[in-house]
Write a protein that binds this ligand. Structure first.
Ligand code: PLP
Length: 441
């Protein structure tokens, strides 16, 4: 029933929202077809509640930040204490900012120096700005299927229709054509495409930016040789290699995908899981590049932000980091992630539904298409064009009837947190079987 006809409190609030908030939500992809009256009133651990009195087990997890679960008590306490004792001055520095930068520099191979931002988009924006400042070059290389935030240079070719793959596919109007023209889009996992782009444009390429695991289209696992090619070609051409680890950082490893792969970029962007949901992100990397942001007047690259290093979010990041280091968080979420992938694979085999369940650690996604296996998963965006989008979205809509929430939008990944239990996974497996059956009926 639509909000216009229905008089429930949730529907009324959603209707008020649409009158004052464009589209009724504050970020793209929060408005879900079929779930227009979704008004969230509470979160706790692996659950959330809505204004119409429903409770869900949450496998969406806000696109990834709450690796410890919602409202983790240790993170909440640290944030509250900072809020009581240390307001944001916007001058000088606080001990927490130094401590956080020191720990990230110790943990993440590429990071010698680090700056804090409030969002991942700001971090990727500044990565590209400093790459251009350092090289004096124009071109940026990104990959089809990767998302790096909302700014113009990277607002293209994320989830593209088949006919748009291979060309420029902006996700917004209002971007200058010359800005789009300065971004080259290549297929992920295609080393040959990277080598030929460098052969043709190498001396104009300021930076290559990549999600080392493109999770914005679910999960495309990288060929190790592809990441090495990126490193070799950028080094040879004197371009800057940026790993956008906004999703992979902390979630897959405290040292990011760069520690897992052994391929060290020049710059790294972090966000999401580094503060379990508090709005903080970071750009770190080689000291000579980061020093171009020096705040002395006349420094080549300008960097600023009223809320950068806000004490409450820094406290959240420090508390998150402490817990990730002291408790078996990764062991827990990896074990549950392996279990989900294994048991969902068995489920689809048993049901005779052509599907491949893939992902890494705490991230999982099922694509509905034949021809792939967990050992030979899809590796490029073009592979994903065969996914049955209506089944992908359809079973997730039916999942909500079982109190389970995976985002009902095509190609979106799901997340497991430290707060999820084996019982939650049992429920997910039972609910998925019923939901897929209903979606196929
Ligand atoms: N980079 C990646 C890989 C992301 O997934 C996102 C957001 O989803 C961003 C950058 C942008 O981060 P934010 O939404 O905090 O601006």
């Amino acid at each position: 029933m639509s909000a216009e006809q229905d008089g429930t409190p949730a529907a009324r609030l959603a209707r008020r929202a649409r009158q004052v908030v464009p589209g009724g939500v504050n970020s793209g992809q929060r408005s879900i077809p079929g779930l227009t009256d979704l008004v969230v009133t509470g979160t706790a651990g692996a659950r959330f509640r809505t204004a119409d009195g429903r409770e869900f087990t949450d496998f969406h997890a806000a696109f990834g930040p709450p690796l410890l679960g919602h409202n983790d008590p240790d993170v909440a306490r640290a944030t509250e204490e900072a809020g009581r004792s240390l307001g944001h001055m916007g001058v000088g520095i606080t001990e927490g900012e130094v401590h956080l930068a020191e720990q990230l520099a110790e943990l993440i191979p590429s990071v010698e120096k680090l700056l804090l931002t409030s969002t991942g988009s700001e971090a990727t924006f500044h990565a590209l700005r400093v790459a251009r400042a350092a090289t004096g070059r124009r071109l940026i290389v990104k990959f089809q299927g990767c998302y790096h935030g909302w700014h113009d240079a990277v607002s293209l070719n994320v989830i593209s229709a088949p006919e748009k793959v291979g060309g420029h596919d902006p996700i917004s109007t209002g971007i200058l054509p010359e800005v789009l023209a300065a971004t080259l889009v290549l297929p992920f996992n295609d080393s040959e495409a990277v080598r030929s782009a460098f052969a043709e444009h190498g001396q104009d390429i300021a930076a290559v930016i990549v999600e080392p695991v493109p999770h914005n289209v679910g999960a495309l696992l990288p060929h190790q040789e592809f990441l090495r090619t990126l490193r070799e070609e950028t080094t040879k051409a004197g371009s800057v290699l940026v790993f956008d680890e906004v999703i992979t950082g902390f979630r897959h490893d405290l040292g990011g995908w760069q520690r897992i792969s052994g391929v060290t970029p020049d710059l790294t962007t972090l966000g999401k899981a580094i503060a379990n949901g508090a709005p903080v992100a970071a750009l770190g990397g080689r000291a000579d590049l980061m020093d171009l942001f020096s705040t002395t007047p006349g420094a080549p690259a300008f960097f600023a932000g009223t809320y950068n290093g806000h004490p409450s979010v820094v406290a959240a990041a420090l508390a998150t980091l402490r817990k990730l280091r002291e408790e078996p968080v990764h062991e827990h979420v990896f074990r549950l992630g392996d279990r989900v992938r294994r048991e969902l694979t068995a489920l689809y085999d048993r049901l005779g539904v052509p599907a491949v369940v893939t992902g890494y650690g705490s991230v999982f996604v099922t694509y509905f298409m034949p021809g792939f296996t967990p050992d030979a998963p899809p590796r490029t965006y073009r592979d994903l064009l065969a996914n049955d989008a209506s089944l992908f979205v359809g079973y997730r809509r039916h999942l909500t009837e079982h109190g389970l929430f995976e985002l009902p939008l095509n190609l979106k990944r799901s997340h497991i947190s430290y707060a999820h239990t084996d019982a939650d996974i049992d429920r997910l497996l039972e609910g998925t079987e019923a939901a897929v059956g209903a979606a196929l009926a």
